[in-house]
Design a protein around this ligand. Structure first.
Ligand code: BGC
Length: 858
């Protein structure tokens, strides 16, 4: 047995991260045991675990999905070591010793906030100081606004490129803590810190507002040095620090950077600035680091321009080697698609998204700071001899791990999965965004709730979503209303159905995929407040929610609105807004009820589950008994069935209505952001599996494979962001890296590979394996890493046999359901050994930890 992937609150050996609650998680791998007999966790102040401050003793009811420790009396700036021991029925193991280290907690800062006199050019602060000896330990506690890059003796203190990250800076500002012991020496030392604009003070938001949270650069830094003799020295920012104007003339998330490397550092005065200390908070953001690199190819555009083609729509920056004469201006622009074989980026709308670099005559390796680009192509101007090897695409996103993968026999389907994978990577630069390239890149809640099921399967999103959900709760109005984008910036929209419901859906999806109760626990007040807000909108006590005064996006980007004939740009689906608002009211109330149940709050469970039932009943009576056309769309019918809005005895009638609706629509998908989440699942759950596969595998517009045939390497915003002839849709909104429709990967996992997460035993401790194979996909193979190690499920048609392979993780149990399989077609020994039972629909049996193969005669 091996214990791997130890994390504290989702972070690997964190320093200075929040620790007011401590949830440990880990993974058990390579074990011959099937059952866990118990675990033991020790926390100590020393690496040898002698000075123990917490010992759980051998306990039975906890595991690596998330074990929240009782509140510990943690001291500031202290490292705590921990070790997990897992006892299996056949073997046991102790983990390596991992640690977490507290921040300054409530300690006062000796450092003062400082700002440069001039705010036009990016400043670099410098502090030179002497140390009386080599420190035994040293920590840098630091925050720079908008963004900062810090070095100690020329060595970067972190790989993180976007500290202190994006928060509602009016509410809370994260500071970071770094172990810089190794970089310091006896004698002369130097800290330098470069500041950029970032989200805090740079141009950001739909209206390109400058200085959303602040107008001035600001730096706060405290270096605490400990010597062997027990003495301590503190080097803190104050107006004695030096400050220089740098060659970075401008930077912004949207527009890119302007650098004139001829400019030499020019000294300027340092002034105090009053940012205060109240908003400073322990870190919650994963670092944003280089997770991948891509070397481009040079292609020649139709008009003769030389372009860099990275062959993949990616998000990040370029590492460039420039060697031009002094004064030569290099300009690099970015684009996602070509038009007429030429460079194109009109879909970036009002953002410039460019690198402008003026050479000082020296050869340099240049990487722009404080910005990122979403692109496949780069148009480089001003470089004398353009060589592909002088450029590397650095793929940036928050430092979370991959946890799942899925492959099928169909290359185009595999590309859809890959596109979702790239979409999630590119839209996770500290916050879940809608897109990474145009004048948005905002935390649109609807997009996040749509993709969260898929994202949680492909990646370990736990810490990433927890930070964003914390933000969501921080900004939530007193009445529980949730903003449409988080951080809310200056957008102002709030209360939108299926967008605000990210408050309930995202934590619940994260819980289902991880089994970590702490995500529900920390989000619960916010989840509940959102549903209370929805109820408060129900002024007449009808158990319905009307769109009311709140801007709604409806079934966003559905293609069923007749208005499209007059307004091709119309993004609103046809489905009735009041109906959608009420359906999501019922859905969120259900999620709160279920969460209350999981958290052991029976009173709330009863209240919200009843509320959900009452709302469903009211919706049926008001909108479904007699349906106006807006409640008779694919999406409306899908939701009615998927979320049990219709009474049980009416369900088949509505399934038939849904089927007929598809027939009327020539079996073409017309759903948007909302309906698409549920459509294929609903068809599969209700005996229409063949139709689900037909829709999914359709190669014509609208459908997932349509984009693949047109060369998509990420998921597009619209079903037809490119028209069949390859021209960009005339609408004003065309992102080629908008992950919402990538939600289909969750369906592939759940219904093709059949890996179904359950509420009881969430995080795949107890789960169903119920693949619904289809001959049009001759094989499908999915896997996901769980707290008990690998879970895998695959099927493959091999001649006259359908072969299934399943891997059940350690300490997990799976109920297998093979629909349409007859007992007689299974191997006799298997039938006996696994107590396989025939049911009305097929066969079912239970599996414990292990690897299994079953063959079904066709
Ligand atoms: C964004 C979407 C977002 C929407 C609100 C768009 O501009 O890019 O993805 O959810 O606005 O409906």
């Amino acid at each position: 047995m091996r214990i791997t992937t130890l994390k504290m609150n989702g972070f690997n050996n964190p320093i200075g991260y929040y620790a007011d609650t401590v949830t440990l998680s880990w993974r058990v791998e390579d074990t011959c045991s099937t059952k866990q007999k118990g675990i033991r966790v020790k926390v100590a102040t020393d690496k040898k675990l002698k000075d123990v401050i917490f010992d759980s003793g051998k306990i039975k009811d906890q595991d690596g999905r998330g074990y929240t420790l009782p509140t510990l009396p943690l001291k500031a700036r202290t490292r705590y070591f921990y070790q997990v021991e897992v006892f299996g029925d056949k073997d046991k193991a102790k983990s390596d010793v991992a640690f977490f280290e507290t921040s300054k907690l409530k300690e006062e800062w000796t450092a003062k906030w400082i700002t440069p006199e001039a705010q036009d050019v990016h400043p670099k602060f410098v502090k030179k100081f002497a140390l009386k000896g080599k420190p035994v330990s040293a920590r840098l506690y630091i925050c720079g606004l908008g963004l900062y890059k810090a070095n100690v003796n020329g060595k970067s203190v972190t790989d993180d490129r976007f500290a202190p990250h994006f928060t509602d800076y009016n509410e809370w500002i994260q500071y970071q803590s770094y172990d810089v012991t190794e970089s310091l020496k006896r004698g002369n030392n130097k800290i330098d810190v470069l500041l950029g604009n970032g989200w805090y003070k740079g141009v950001f938001g739909l209206n390109l507002t400058e200085g959303l949270y602040g107008k001035k650069f600001a730096l706060l830094a405290e270096l605490i040095v400990n010597y062997k003799d027990g003495s301590t020295e503190v080097i803190s920012t104050d107006t004695e620090w030096e400050c220089y104007k740098t060659s970075i003339l401008d930077s912004s998330i949207y527009h890119g950077v302007v650098v004139d490397s001829r400019k030499s550092l020019k000294k300027q005065a340092v002034l105090p600035i009053d940012i205060g200390f109240d908003r400073l908070s322990d870190a919650r953001s994963l670092p944003v680091v280089v997770k991948d690199t891509i070397v481009p190819e040079i292609i020649t555009a139709a008009n003769g321009d030389k372009l860099l083609d990275f062959k993949q729509n990616m998000v990040g920056v370029l590492r460039c080697r420039f060697n031009e004469e002094s004064g030569k201006k290099i300009k690099i622009n970015f684009g996602e698609v070509l038009q007429g074989g030429n460079f194109y980026n009109e879909n970036y709308r009002t953002v410039r998204s460019e690198i402008i670099y003026t050479s000082n005559g020296k050869e340099v390796v240049f990487e722009p700071d404080f910005t990122f680009f979403g692109f496949r192509y780069a148009f480089v101007q001003g470089v004398t001899d353009l060589k592909a090897e002088d450029f590397t695409g650095l793929v940036l996103y928050s430092d979370f791990e991959e946890r799942g993968s899925i492959e099928t026999s169909n290359k185009k389907v595999n590309r859809v999965i890959k596109n979702a994978y790239w979409g999630i990577r590119g839209n996770s630069l500290d916050l879940p965004t809608d897109c990474p390239q145009r004048n948005e890149r905002m935390g649109w809640t609807g997009d996040c709730q749509a993709i969260s099921g898929t994202a949680n399967r492909l990646f370990d999103m736990n810490a990433f979503y927890k930070k964003w959900l914390f933000e969501l709760a921080v900004e939530q109005d007193a009445d529980g209303c949730v903003y449409d984008v988080i951080p809310k910036i200056d957008y102002g929209g709030k209360g939108a159905c299926a967008w605000g419901d990210a408050a309930t859906v995202v934590p619940f999806n994260t819980y289902l995929a991880t089994g970590d109760v702490s995500v529900l626990k920390s989000s619960y007040p916010s989840m509940k407040a959102w549903v209370d807000f929805l109820k408060s909108c129900d002024k007449n006590n009808e158990n319905l929610r009307y769109a009311g005064e709140y801007r709604q996006y409806g079934d966003w980007l559905a293609i069923d609105n007749p208005r499209v004939a007059i307004d091709p740009d119309c993004p609103d689906g046809f489905t009735d807004f009041d109906y959608l608002c009420s359906v999501y009211f019922a859905y969120s109330a259900m999620l709160v009820g279920k969460s209350a149940e999981i958290l052991g709050n029976n009173q709330d469970a009863e209240k919200y589950l009843q509320l959900s039932l009452d709302v469903k009943k009211a919706i049926y009576n008001k909108f479904l008994k007699v349906r106006k056309p807006e409640c008779n769309t694919q999406t409306a019918l899908v939701l009615a069935v998927a979320l049990d809005i219709v009474p049980k005895n009416k369900k088949q009638e509505f399934v038939d209505l849904l089927y007929n609706k598809f027939k009327e629509d020539n079996f073409v998908l017309r759903t948007g952001f909302v309906g698409t989440i549920f459509v294929l699942k609903t068809l599969c759950e209700n005996g229409l599996k063949d139709l689900a596969y037909s829709i999914f595998l359709s190669e014509s517009y609208p459908g997932w494979l349509y984009a693949i045939d047109l060369g998509a390497t990420t998921i597009w915003e619209r079903w037809n962001s490119l028209m069949p002839d390859g021209t960009v849709n005339k609408g004003g909104m065309n992102s080629f890296n908008h992950y919402a429709f990538g939600m289909v990967v969750e369906w592939i996992y759940t219904y093709s590979a059949g890996i179904r997460a359950g509420i009881d035993g969430a995080g795949f401790k107890k789960f169903e394996i119920a693949p619904l194979p289809d001959k049009r996909l001759t094989s499908v193979s999915g896997r996901i890493m769980t707290a008990g190690g690998e879970l895998a499920s695959s099927y493959e048609y091999k001649g006259d046999v359908l072969e299934y392979n399943f891997t059940v993780p350690f300490d997990a149990t799976a109920t297998v359901r093979l629909d349409s399989v007859k007992l007689a077609n299974l191997n006799k020994e298997d039938v006996e050994a696994f107590k396989i039972k025939e049911t009305a629909n097929g066969v079912t049996f239970k599996l414990v930890t292990g690897k299994y193969k079953f063959a079904v005669k066709l």
